[in-house]
Write a protein that binds this ligand. Structure first.
Ligand code: ADE
Ligand code: ZN
Length: 340
């Protein structure tokens, strides 16, 4: 199963750029910005990076965020992510970038975009195609929404979607509806986080008020059978991030993750990593964990990989070629017998 999962050409739909920074990338940034106080010694950094709890996650996340000061730093983040994706045979990723946070840290939007563009070109040379989702940091309120929309409307190369992240409690989705409307009119897809840390009402609001095309996480949908039915009927995919949900203590374990109920109900499930090195996650690891916990066959695992291709915002010819790639790997491993 492990080599089958590796061989599948994969798509990642939910990964945060700052949250994708692995040890090598953070060491490079820490040595470039020693005043940030992030360990410049590898083993010390590994200890700092070891996940303790959600508050510690936020502390590390903001420490990495604080070292992103120039287009070179953005470039370093993007190339580090692309290397990690290439090593796992991930061919395409939609990466969440929060330009407003970088601007609050003193960067100009042009510097952010320049780093994204050069990083994207280097990623492409590594065989990984990247697209961007600009997300509103919900905790920063309407000013963050206004600024994020303004950045998105300058149409940076590779931007495909508009998102909303950060804490959900006390940050209603509906207030952001006008920003999502304008983004949609400008041709951007709508992919808010919802139902990661709050209940199904947040997901309903993302669907009804923001007209979400996919949902980031959506974990709590299973608390409302009518919502599950709606998601299945409308084919609104979920960007499920199992290890992230376990690490942030939203679910107790992979085996108690509601991904099984989602699949049983016919919801389009995609597997993703969120902030992979922070949570000790990899995309291959997510596939392997779900496959072994649910006892999936290779054909069922291939179906999850197909879901991510179909739920992506790639143009149809690119989707077709990735789907053909998945089918041929399945054929190679199963020889047309579709066994386990
Ligand atoms: N930003 C980065 N990681 C996040 C998460 N797990 N939930 C909400 N916003 C985030
Ligand atoms: Zn996320």
């Amino acid at each position: 199963m492990r080599s089958f999962i590796h061989a599948l050409p994969k798509v990642e739909l939910h990964v945060h750029l700052v949250g994708s920074a692995g040890i090598d990338t953070v060491l490079e940034l820490a040595r470039r910005h020693p005043s940030a106080g992030v360990p410049v010694d590898r083993s010390e950094l590994e200890r700092f990076y070891t996940f303790r709890d959600f508050d510690h996650f936020l502390k590390v996340y903001w420490a990495v965020q604080s070292m992103v000061k120039s287009r070179d730093d953005i470039h370093t983040l993007v190339v580090g992510l692309a290397r990690d994706l290439a090593a796992q045979n991930v061919r395409y990723a939609e990466v969440t970038v929060t330009p407003y946070n970088h601007v609050l840290d003193g960067m100009s939007a042009d510097e952010v975009f320049a780093g994204l563009a050069s990083g994207r070109a280097s990623a492409s040379a590594l065989g990984v195609e990247l697209a961007w989702c600009f997300d509103i940091p919900g905790e920063k309120g309407l000013i963050g929404a206004r600024e994020t929309l303004a950045f998105a409307l300058t149409s940076p190369e590779g931007l495909v979607s508009f998102g909303l992240a950060g804490p959900e409690a006390g940050v209603g989705r509906a207030q952001f509806a006008p920003f999502f409307d304008t983004a949609r009119e400008a041709g951007l897809h709508c992919v808010p986080h919802a139902g990661e840390t709050t209940g199904p009402e947040t997901i309903w609001s993302a669907v009804r008020d923001l007209r979400a095309e996919r949902i980031g996480h959506g974990t709590s949908c299973v608390q409302d059978p009518a919502l599950v039915e709606h998601l299945a009927l409308k084919g609104i995919p979920l960007e499920v991030c199992p290890t992230s949900n376990v690490r942030t203590q939203q679910v107790a374990s992979i085996s108690s993750h509601p991904v099984r109920q989602m699949l049983d109900a016919g919801v389009v499930v995609t597997l993703n990593t969120d902030d992979p090195p922070f949570f000790g996650a990899t995309l291959e690891g997510e596939y392997l964990a779900v496959a072994s916990t649910l006892g999936l066959s290779r054909a069922e695992v291939a179906r999850l990989a197909e879901n991510a291709v179909l739920a992506s915002f790639l143009p149809n010819p690119r989707k077709t070629s990735l789907l053909e790639g998945i089918a041929s790997v399945l054929e190679e491993f199963d020889g047309g017998t579709h066994g386990h």
